[in-house]
Design a protein around this ligand. Structure first.
Ligand code: SF4
Length: 224
């Protein structure tokens, strides 16, 4: 075996010296070099859902009934991102379907959009036990799929619902009272945080601020 390799190296050296003698000092690169990875435009939400599969990448899979992937328009201009599924969402496998979900639908309709025209997702896709906050390792496992959804949809605006969503997307611990209503950037997409509908159910006097934030979103959509 070693003899064959030595023979090959010797032949190659002779060949290269022959080329050098002919004045050839460089060789063309082979054509079958790896091509660029497919661009995200070629990916669909169905592809992302297939890749997610019956996900057990974090411990939240143990108590969940259903993965809540997200729903809405694959080409949505406006995307809403909440924290995670609650009881109703876990049962139905759909985001924002409880009382807070009904309020979110009204909030969307307040700027003359239908729920179906937007896309609705959460930071994590499985319900945490007793609705506790998701933990860092759970977010880390789930986040790549949310980011893929965002890259497929390429919304003009993301409305982050509540402190947890806004702080996770913007990688900050600034309070939601300071974040809300302002414009931020995520991979070239405008992000506007506002209060979570569940918070509004407990604090209806804060609805006016959400209305202000939604008016800003409507202006951005119209001005695009
Ligand atoms: S929360 Fe996300 S990463 Fe964890 S099991 Fe559910 S789908 Fe998988």
């Amino acid at each position: 075996m070693d003899g064959n390799i030595n023979e090959l190296i010797s032949d190659l050296r002779t060949y290269l010296e022959y080329l050098k003698g002919m004045g050839i000092t460089s060789l063309p690169v082979a054509e079958n070099v790896p091509k660029e990875a497919p661009r995200s435009e070629t990916l669909t939400l169905a592809d992302v859902r297939t890749e997610l599969g019956d996900c057990k990448r974090c411990k939240l899979h143990r108590a969940r009934k259903t993965i809540v992937f997200g729903e809405g328009n694959e080409k949505a201009t406006l995307m809403f991102i909440g924290e995670g599924p609650g009881y109703d969402e876990d049962m139905q496998g759909r985001p924002f379907v409880g009382r807070a979900g009904q309020l979110l639908t009204k909030i969307i309709e307040s700027i003359n959009l239908s729920r179906e025209e937007a896309y609705i997702a959460n930071i994590i896709k499985c319900r945490p036990p007793q609705n506790r906050n998701p933990e860092p390792d759970e977010i880390e496992s789930c986040n790549p799929f949310l980011m893929k959804q965002i890259r497929v949809i390429q919304p003009k605006i993301i409305c982050a619902l509540g402190a947890f969503s806004a702080q996770t997307l913007l990688k900050t611990d600034t309070k939601i009272t300071a974040l809300r209503g302002k414009l931020y950037d995520l991979e070239g997409i405008k992000v506007i945080p506002t209060y979570h509908p569940a918070f509004l159910l407990r604090n209806p006097e804060r609805k006016r601020e959400v209305w202000e934030d939604m008016k800003k979103i409507a202006e951005l959509i119209q001005g695009q």
